[in-house]
Design a protein around this ligand. Structure first.
Ligand SMILES: Cc1cc2nc3c(=O)[nH]c(=O)nc-3n(C[C@H](O)[C@H](O)[C@H](O)COP(=O)(O)OP(=O)(O)OC[C@H]3O[C@@H](n4cnc5c(N)ncnc54)[C@H](O)[C@@H]3O)c2cc1C
Length: 418
């Protein structure tokens, strides 16, 4: 695509906003299309971890074995709305098939190839958009009441980290409290991933990239994309609730809501939502310095600019189903035990949809049969981590440059034509 092309990016989450930014940087005329303000979808409410340490796919053999026990426990990190099961079953079967050991190894290698490159792309937007004030280093910490629990909970990840070169340190109780003095005194073990960074306001981070995009001449269209107009096999316009937008190319980055538009572009993608929740609580007087994951209960306490954010768990349900925040509320007393100064006064709760395909790999690349439609979604639990890198890769593909590494594992061509 020649410089100066008209490109519509559909979806202003961390992924779409990053794509728009890097495309604009390449000299294209870019319109970011979303009925909502940038960063107010799933990218609003995540735990803020820029997770170079993420390597494992969504489902591993050990996790698969523990699914029945997790579903039976009301405070466990996994819930399902059974009415949605018939619709979800084909996705679940494919997810389970991807949890075979040999397959997990292949998928982990492909995820590692992305996460090991995530920081450089973040640094571009941090520097160019002036976002340094929102990002902290200091790693992220997993803690447990016993060393046995810590080692069991991190065994799969540690085997990946050893093989894919991610640094980690195992700590005793004193080591945990030296890093996080406010945590409960009875914690006996911890594991620090020192290379991870975190964002203290993920929505402000996306809005900062959007601001950089607008200041450099990008356009924002507050509308929903509804369809495409084709000439031969190419898209010539996007149909939106605000009218027809003529284009030379389109990037589809609508997160968990990308499936219908991808099908209009000619590809049937098994995309579904791993829904997640957070609850916000005021900071205690002695607070956390970095995100902390409880291996005992499977939740994260993330120190955000405006309070402590409890996140954790996956709810399998339709992306359009109304939120049910009872499970995240049940975690508050457990969070208070982990961080004793924490008040139980919930300020707000929130629900979002992690966009996940059964092989855990994001969908990045041109849509077969529609060469000027580029797909950029399916970033599951690591969309904040991979958003800027995805933007950079999409810009390479749109320009026809050779990408810096093999992108075939993420190619949309791995799915069937609609
Ligand atoms: C509880 C929780 C914790 C998480 N923690 C982390 C973490 O610590 N680190 C990490 O890396 N990731 C984390 N994630 C995952 C991460 O938040 C997601 O992967 C990421 O936000 C997905 O970004 P996105 O841009 O693809 O989607 P979204 O942020 O959902 O953006 C999609 C946008 O598309 C728009 N849209 C939809 N349909 C249309 C349409 N037809 N026309 C125009 N626009 C449309 C929506 O309005 C929305 O703004 C977490 C997720 C959850 C739920």
């Amino acid at each position: 695509m020649a410089e100066g092309s008209r490109i519509a990016v559909i979806g202003a989450g961390i992924v779409g906003t990053s794509c728009a930014y890097f495309l604009l940087r390449d000299g294209h005329r870019v319109t970011l299309v979303d009925p909502r303000e940038p960063g107010t979808g799933t990218s609003f409410g995540n735990a803020g971890v820029i997770s170079r340490g993420s390597v494992a796919p969504v489902l591993t053999p050990g996790l698969l074995r523990s699914v029945p026990a997790l579903l039976a426990d009301r405070t466990s990190p996994l819930a399902i709305r059974w009415r949605y099961l018939p619709r979800l079953l084909p996705w679940l079967v494919r997810l389970a098939l991807n949890a075979r050991p040999a397959r997990v190894e292949t998928l982990a290698r492909a995820i590692a190839a992305l996460t090991e490159r995530c920081d450089e792309a973040h640094d571009v937007v941090i520097q160019e958009c002036g976002l340094g004030g929102l990002v902290r280093s200091g790693g992220w910490l997993k803690v447990a009441r016993t060393k046995q629990t810590l080692l069991a909970a991190t065994a799969t990840d540690r085997s990946f980290w050893d093989r894919f070169g991610r640094r980690y340190e195992i700590l005793d109780g004193a080591g945990v409290h030296a890093l996080e003095p406010a945590l409960a005194p009875d914690l006996e073990a911890g594991l620090l991933l020192p290379e991870n960074r975190f964002v203290v306001d993920p929505c402000a981070y996306v809005q900062g990239i959007a601001r950089g995009f607008l200041e450099r001449g990008g356009a924002l269209l507050g509308a929903e994309a509804q369809g495409f107009a084709f000439q031969d096999s190419r898209i010539v316009a996007v149909g939106t609730t605000a009218g027809r937008l003529p284009v030379d190319a389109v990037v589809l980055a609508a997160g968990a809501f990308s499936k219908k538009l991808a099908a209009l572009g000619g590809l049937r993608i098994p995309l579904d939502a791993e829904r997640g929740y957070h609850a916000m609580l005021p900071h205690p007087s002695a607070t956390l310095r970095r995100p902390v994951y409880s291996c005992d209960h499977g939740f994260v306490l993330a120190p955000m600019a405006n309070g402590i954010r409890i996140t954790g768990g996956v709810e399998l349900a339709s992306p359009w189903a109304p939120p049910d925040d009872r499970r995240i509320r049940r975690l508050v007393p457990l969070a208070q035990k982990l961080l004793p100064g924490l008040s139980g006064a919930i300020v707000s709760t929130w629900q979002g949809c992690r966009p996940t395909v059964p092989d855990s790999l994001p969908v990045i690349g041109p849509c077969p049969g529609t060469p000027n439609l580029f797909l950029a979604f399916g970033h599951q639990h690591i969309g904040l981590t991979l958003g800027p890198l995805t933007g950079r890769l999409i810009a390479e593909l749109v320009a026809g440059r050779t990408p810096p590494f093999d992108l075939s594992p993420y190619a949309p061509a791995r799915f069937a034509r609609a």
